[in-house]
Design a protein around this ligand. Sequence first.
Ligand code: CTP
Length: 377
Amino acid sequence: VGGPVRDLLLGRRSLDTDVVITHPAEPVIQAFVSRHNGRIQRRSQFMTYELSFPDGSRMDVATARKETYPHPAALPLVQPSELLHDLARRDFSVNAMGISLDPVHFGRLVDPLGGEMDLRTRRLRALHPHSFIDDPTRIYRAARYAGRLNLGLEGETARWITEAIHLGIIAKLTPARLGHEWQKILMENDPRGALRRLQDWGALRFLSPGWRWRPGHERVLNPRFCSSMNGNDSLSFKLMSWCRPFGAQAAHEALGHLELPSRMRREVQLGLALLEAIERRDPLTTLEAARAPEAVKHFLSRALPASLWKWVLRSRPRLSGSDLMSLGVPPGPALGRLLAALARERWEKRLRSRRDEIQYVALETEKRGQVDNPPGR
Ligand code: CTP
């Protein structure tokens, strides 16, 4: 059901397998996992099961169910139901199709809500007027699917989205749910289509009040800039690129509205702070930049003029903290000050080689020795 069926019909590769079984699902699931030496990894309050198998593959299985929303933007209450209800409770017709796996009807498309026709005519159509009020995260999902699959919004769907946005329902979502939707947008191979749409609909400001689509985003979010990165790095990189026009302080405040993984927040804040410090020509950045996480370095290398970034990397001191200790500098604040002084001297091109640095350290420690032990004492 859902995404894999949509993707199969579009000839796109689908990453997950979603299966629905009518009630009672658990005996079928138990039999299935024991036959394939798998296990039930997790059960949720929504009657869903996460299965895992010895070859590392995973599968999401759910009991066919219908949903009720106790109030707008609440998590739904679910109860077992028939397949038709399970499809009808979903967000969009293109996500409300199934393919039968039972031996008698194996391979038959189950499409009671016209999803296949909508895919053909490239329309994104919600299934009922309350869809976005019950679950405002669907506004962000709509932008993602429209952007990813290049679908147009069907007329009523567009109206329902506008109404839900004007009612301010999105503001009822928790920072955790908003953070999750935001990450899903950034996980898109090319998030620009979704972001442009959210800007047009006026839905970006619910993620953070100052966020707007800026023309510069077009270039910096081009997917070719992060094609070589792993998933987490590319997420941090895209978030830094997105936040850049708003500045480090604004990004710090914006990240307060969304619950995001702490590693991602740290990297984004470091990246933007370093960018501003390098632009101010602060020599201390040479110490930080060289040992920054990959995503931060990748961001800086894109965001700065190539010659400046090269200069930052080239002008970091050759001596490290442990080199200084082996030269006899005791650990402590004085060592930090000496490293900072080395960075400054290097930046100003007064030191050019490791040997220059060693001489500088020797001179400085000698001076310090004279201050600590003035002659005649
Ligand atoms: N769904 C929904 N409303 C939501 C979230 C999910 O109706 N707020 C339904 C949709 O039918 C969707 C299915 O649950 O197809 C699975 O959700 P998810 O895994 O988030 O989406 P996929 O369709 O698999 O799409 P993607 O390719 O983005 O993962």
